[in-house]
Design a protein around this ligand. Structure first.
Ligand code: ADP
Ligand code: ADP
Length: 232
């Protein structure tokens, strides 16, 4: 569960102040699939960065899994992020010089108690979940966009995160590949009860999720439960 209370984020660049978020109150229950929509510049990335403990709000509080984050040091934040949160980006952010398998293993390198053999096994299982077992030795440049995004999802889920934060995961994909990625996220949400927060510009993708919050100018302007969503 993620709870944001009275979040405000102001960016200060020289004498210019930009209010990126104001008065944001948002609770995402464990297991929810939430989508966030809104025009460019309305604060979506800032919101995702704050939820992902990559950035801190100017005021307000963040709770992840019942833990109040405010007073954490950088090292503790990095640890919590690594344990609880998986990230998926529009542009995949894979490391070009590493094989598919090595890319997927990356988050486990920061977990000293996981052996090399375990890492390998878990990477293979994660790649099976996204239907890419046959590409473990390939390099990112040898894959299609949809396949690259599947690798990125496998990397996000290998640490068994409670939360996946996805910033336009289908934004660079054609509609067929986009649908496939969306289906993988839906399965992950339903089968593993992973909380997913997805920023998207695609109304059709958003309509497949459980709840849709719209932002405008740094503020929530609507919050709708999409009732046709059925948990399997
Ligand atoms: P979105 O993801 O919806 O496009 P962002 O969260 O990226 O919106 O940006 C929200 C507002 O904050 C915008 O006006 C943007 O210009 C501003 N902003 C974002 N990041 C920074 C930054 N690092 N420094 C200054 N202003 C920023
Ligand atoms: P990241 O990988 O850090 O999430 P993205 O790949 O999502 O970054 O976005 C890369 C750049 O493209 C960003 O500067 C962002 O503002 C811009 N961008 C993201 N989504 C869109 C969109 N739907 N239309 C136009 N520009 C976008």
């Amino acid at each position: 569960m993620i709870t944001l209370k009275n979040i405000e984020k102001v960016y200060q660049t020289k004498s210019i102040e930009t209010v990126a978020l104001q008065n944001v109150n948002l609770t995402v229950p464990q297991g929810e699939f939430l989508s966030i929509m809104g025009p460019s510049g309305c604060g979506k990335s800032t919101l995702l960065n704050i939820m992902g403990l990559l950035d801190v709000p100017s005021s307000g509080t963040v709770e992840i899994g019942g833990k109040l984050i405010t007073s954490y040091k950088d090292k503790e934040l990095a640890h919590l992020r690594n344990e609880k949160i998986g990230f998926v980006f529009q542009s995949y952010h894979l490391i070009q010089d590493l094989s598919v398998l090595d890319n997927v293993e990356l988050p486990l390198l920061y977990r000293p108690h996981v052996s090399a053999a375990d890492r390998r096994k878990r990477a293979q299982v994660a790649l099976e979940k996204v239907g890419l077992s046959s590409r473990t030795g390939h390099y990112p440049s040898q894959l299609s966009g949809g396949q690259r995004q599947r690798v990125a999802i496998a990397r996000a889920l290998i640490g068994m995160p409670e939360i996946i934060l996805a910033d336009e995961p289908t934004g660079n994909l054609d509609s067929v590949m986009g649908e496939e990625i969306m289906q993988i996220l839906l399965d992950l949400n339903r089968q593993e009860f992973t909380t997913i927060v997805m920023v998207t510009h695609d109304e059709q993708m958003a309509q497949k999720t459980e709840r849709l919050v719209r932002f405008f100018d740094g503020q929530q302007v609507s919050d709708a439960k999409l009732y046709d969503f059925q948990k399997a």
